[in-house]
Design a protein around this ligand. Structure first.
Ligand SMILES: Cc1cc2nc3c(=O)[nH]c(=O)nc-3n(C[C@H](O)[C@H](O)[C@H](O)COP(=O)(O)OP(=O)(O)OC[C@H]3O[C@@H](n4cnc5c(N)ncnc54)[C@H](O)[C@@H]3O)c2cc1C
Length: 376
């Protein structure tokens, strides 16, 4: 098993992390990624500190990227009622442009083979995967990791359940220059959505919001929507008025689905958003992507062993550990999003946590993990 190449489909945060881990342990890895590096991605760009011990173990020096260090959360309802709290574990702000590119370079220096191509299909037969790409390449391996993000042509190819339903969510993100504290992440609601703001490297501010298609489609443009809906929250109004856009135009993505997914499908071990996407208001998707890459890599490095003898054992174990670590976090994220996106409930929520601030800290802890333990 160990002298075969492991194929990872998708070179985002999860795929690159798994590639770095597996190659560090001497395994041969091919990562197939459809996009060039570096590239901007729609993301809140706030990462929970729970990943720090693991990133250090992978020999990734995030401080070299000059992130901002964040330990405060500011949260407001649609009407602008505001609460401030400390983040129990804290996190850091770094753009995906810098972070993914840094991981890409590390994966290359660890001798991962990174192929720029689009995977068109994955077939599992007689204990082997056959992967076909748009450039006509045919690759095979007996371990494939699915790290192709929240929505991909592979989901259609595998006929995954979540892809059958339309998702009502779309997201917008851009970088700005302006005045915003380095140590703060802002989470501000507006009618039909919410907006996450934090500083990243080089004094830039990342503003990213998620909204329902139904609210968005009534407006002619992003700037109309921002003026007439997003800025109705006075805190968002102030942030936008005080900031200057440095992208040519904001990036947008549609069909963002938070529906449950399976962590193993067609024998592919799914990591990151491919296994499940948590609501961005939890600020924990990237940490989960990195954590799931760690779990899958540790199992593969150790496979086969006395406890995990067969592929079925490997799949079962991965599914179990994944569920243990992430199932309740995803559920808590979905529940929280429902509450906060309802004008009356979010106002009530704010009133309750203003009187009992420990409840907010408890909720934040429910959607986050603990610092990742390193075993070897
Ligand atoms: C609006 C929004 C805001 C967010 N904000 C935050 C935040 O502040 N903090 C946080 O922790 N998380 C946040 N998240 C979540 C976070 O962005 C994701 O959890 C994280 O990007 C997951 O990484 P990934 O590697 O699974 O997916 P990705 O980073 O999306 O990587 C998947 C890769 O697969 C490639 N790919 C897809 N299909 C193919 C194919 N067929 N062939 C080859 N390559 C393919 C893609 O090009 C892509 O590079 C946010 C998410 C959204 C939607």
């Amino acid at each position: 098993m160990k002298d075969l190449e492991i194929i990872i489909i998708g070179g985002g945060l999860a795929g690159l992390t798994a590639g770095i881990h597996l190659s560090r342990k001497g395994l041969r890895v091919i990562i197939i990624e459809k996009n060039e590096f570096p590239k901007h991605k729609v993301c809140g760009e706030y990462i929970s500190n729970e990943v720090i011990p693991y990133l250090e173990w992978l020999d990734l020096k995030i401080e070299d990227l000059k992130p901002t260090y964040i330990n405060k959360l500011q949260f407001s309802s649609i009407k602008g009622t505001l609460i401030n709290t400390n983040l129990p574990l804290g996190g850091f702000g770094i753009s995906r442009y810098e972070l993914d590119n840094y991981l890409y370079k590390k994966a290359l220096s660890n001798r991962c083979k990174i192929v720029k191509d689009v995977v068109d299909s994955v077939v599992f037969e007689k204990e082997k995967f056959t992967i076909k790409t748009s450039n006509g390449a045919i690759l095979s391996s007996n371990i494939v990791i699915g790290a192709f993000g929240k929505r991909s042509n592979i989901d259609l190819n595998l006929n995954r359940k979540f892809i059958q339903q339309k998702s009502p969510w779309l997201a917008v993100k851009a970088h700005y220059l302006g005045d915003f504290p380095n140590d703060l992440v802002g989470l501000h609601n507006f009618e039909g959505g919410y907006c996450v703001i934090s500083k990243i490297e080089n004094e830039k501010i990342n503003i990213c919001y998620l909204t329902k298609n139904s609210s968005f489609k009534e407006y002619k443009s992003i700037s109309d929507f921002q003026d007439l809906v997003v800025k109705q929250n006075p805190h968002l109004n102030k942030i936008f008025e005080d900031s200057e856009l440095i992208f040519d135009k904001p990036l947008t993505i549609g069909q963002v689905s938070f529906s449950p997914k399976k962590a193993v499908e067609n024998h592919i071990l799914m990591i990151g958003d491919t296994a499940g996407l948590i609501h961005p208001l939890c600020g924990n998707g990237m940490a989960m992507a990195i954590h799931s890459a760690k779990i899958v890599s540790e199992l593969i490095v150790d496979y086969p062993n006395n406890d995990i003898k067969t592929r079925a054992d490997l799949e079962k174990k991965y599914q179990e550990i994944w569920t243990f670590n992430f199932y309740w976090r995803l559920k808590a994220g979905r529940f929280l999003a429902k509450v906060l996106l309802n004008a009356k409930l979010s106002e009530l929520f704010l009133n309750v946590v203003t009187v009992f601030p420990f409840l907010l800290v408890m909720i934040i802890k429910k959607t986050h993990g603990k610092p990742m333990l390193i075993e070897n």
